[in-house]
Design a protein around this ligand. Structure first.
Ligand code: BES
Ligand code: MN
Ligand code: ZN
Length: 500
């Protein structure tokens, strides 16, 4: 998708489709209070072209509600699309993401290949809204039908962001450029997550990460079985040993010139390219979804891409622990005791609790490489989905100052995470009779016991754990995003990194 920024007056822009946003300005409540949709532009020709439909009462400017006008009088555009933002009082920068995404997803299936999206003339920060709109456009442009033989590439070819002439130009231009880097990186993650397990093995994930690294100027190393043994990564290896596909330990480094001290941030991702559950085999229903069990790792790879492009002044290491969790004659079994890289012994109760095992060694390795602050992302527990649904992802931290930065990141990224508790009582649940720690903590509090397990390996290092099991895959098509991989956490991790 080509992108462009213009400050030209809307009425004169020649395009297949001009999208403008509208909000509902009705403040009264009750049955008599009819929606009052208003366009967020001062362009008199656009206002005139939309006047009749807005007055009709047929269009309410609800969030992502659209109406299309052909051959709008007085405009050079062939079509005028109005996208709703919902109640005006609630309109925030984040609404630009879904509005631009909705405009793109309206355009795509109709075979229209170009559109102009007009940012609203509203009291919103110019840079942040430009960024959000461009991110939303890229996110909206993604479709998961990679392997359809009749796939027509219906991608939008040209997306033009139109900003009011009076807007802060420098901020708008900067936000626009950031939006491209971030939107493309989020889609890079989604492309990886979308790949089926037979196409994207741990080895292939490593290759894709290394290719990307070469393009954007990151250092990349991809290790396999020998390195796991050399580093004594007994936990990571135990998960991998039941598969004929070798594991991949993917290490990406971002080292900005002239920065040799200060924090070293470690981004650790779960990269299970397929999770059968292993000997503790999962039921067949929905098992095919477990190709997305590498979404945490893919989020780290996408975040590293965005970091390389946006160049924050802080060193970052991305580590992805990629393996396939399979049942086999060589597979690890319930009751096995394995020794993690840190030296801790783990009593394997359930081979389906494999994510925490690979992450345990990933976290230890990050610390060995000198990371001062850690963040991990993983599709770790069904329990987190039970707790928070598909609306919020789970977040945990052993350090309030580090977590405060993450909350700040959420304000920019617009992603929803909800902090869940760690605690001594959860740690009690994963004590083992035979070794140091068990890999499951029983039925209750499963997201917290999993996090408590990881904390044993983060030790005293400030650390955040993101459980994205419920958000990494969008279950239904939405106006602004396709059903399929979401790319969740890329933007928030990036912003967390930029806070240092
Ligand atoms: N990959 C799954 C978690 C998952 C569940 C991700 C649903 C996405 C959607 C993870 O490896 C797993 O199987 N966890 C178990 C842990 C249990 C055995 C303690 C779970 O949540 O059931
Ligand atoms: Mn599992
Ligand atoms: Zn898993």
């Amino acid at each position: 998708m080509r992108t462009e920024l213009t400050f030209a007056p809307l009425a004169g822009i020649e395009t297949e489709l001009l999208a403008v946003v509208a909000a509902d300005t009705q403040t009264a409540k009750g049955p008599e209070a009819k929606p009052q949709p208003v366009l967020l532009t001062s362009d008199p020709a656009v206002l005139a072209a939309a006047a009749a439909v807005l007055a009709s009462g047929e269009y309410k400017a609800g969030a992502n509600e659209t109406v299309l006008l052909h051959a709008p009088a007085g405009l050079a555009a062939k079509r005028l699309l109005i996208v709703g933002l919902g109640k005006q009082a609630k309109v925030a920068v984040h609404a630009m993401r879904s509005a631009a995404g909705t405009a793109v997803r309206y355009t795509k299936p109709r075979g229209i290949r170009e559109l102009v999206f007009a940012l609203p003339e509203a009291e919103l920060a110019a840079g942040a809204s430009a960024r959000a709109a461009v991110e939303g456009a890229f996110v909206g442009d993604f479709d998961p039908d990679t392997y359809r033989s009749d796939r027509k590439d219906l991608s939008v070819q040209s997306f033009v962001l139109a900003s009011a002439a009076g807007a802060d130009r420098a901020a708008t231009e900067a936000g626009f450029a950031e939006g491209i880097a971030i939107g493309e990186s989020q889609n890079f993650t989604r492309t990886l997550v979308n790949e089926p397990g037979n196409k994207l093995t741990p080895t292939v994930l490593g290759q894709r990460a290394a290719e990307m690294a070469a393009e954007v100027g990151l250092k990349a190393e991809v290790f396999s079985t020998d390195k796991l043994h050399e580093l004594k990564m007994g936990a990571f290896w135990s998960v991998s040993q039941g598969s004929v596909e070798p594991p991949a330990l993917i290490v990406l480094r971002y080292e900005p010139e002239g920065v040799t001290d200060g924090p070293l941030l470690g981004l650790v991702g779960k990269g299970i390219t397929f999770d059968t559950g292993g000997i503790s085999l999962k039921p067949g229903d929905n098992m095919e979804k477990m190709k997305y069990d590498m979404a945490g790792g893919a989020a780290m790879i996408g975040a590293m891409r965005a970091i390389a492009l946006l160049k924050p002044r802080v060193r970052v290491i991305g580590i992805v622990c990629a393996a396939e969790n399979m049942p086999d004659g060589k597979a690890y079994k319930p009751g096995d005791v394995v020794t993690a890289m840190s030296g801790k012994t783990i009593d394997v109760i359930n081979t389906d609790a494999e994510g925490r095992l690979v992450l345990a060694d990933g976290l230890t390795y990050a610390k060995q490489l000198g990371c001062t602050h850690l963040i991990d992302a993983a599709t770790l527990t069904g329990a987190c989905v039970v707790a928070l649904g598909m609306t919020n992802a789970g977040a945990f931290s052993n350090d309030d100052e580090t977590y405060a930065r993450f909350e700040g990141a959420l304000a920019t990224s617009g992603e929803k995470f909800w902090r869940l508790p760690l605690g001594e009582e959860y740690a009690e649940q994963i004590k083992s009779d035979i070794g140091d720690i068990k890999n499951t903590g029983g039925r209750w509090g499963g997201a917290s016991t999993a996090a408590e397990f990881l904390k044993v390996f983060a030790e005293e290092t400030p650390w955040i754990h993101l459980d994205i099991a419920g958000l990494a895959w969008v279950e239904e098509n939405r106006p602004y995003i396709a059903k399929g991989p979401s790319g969740v956490a890329v933007r928030s991790i990036l912003e967390w990194v930029r806070s240092y």
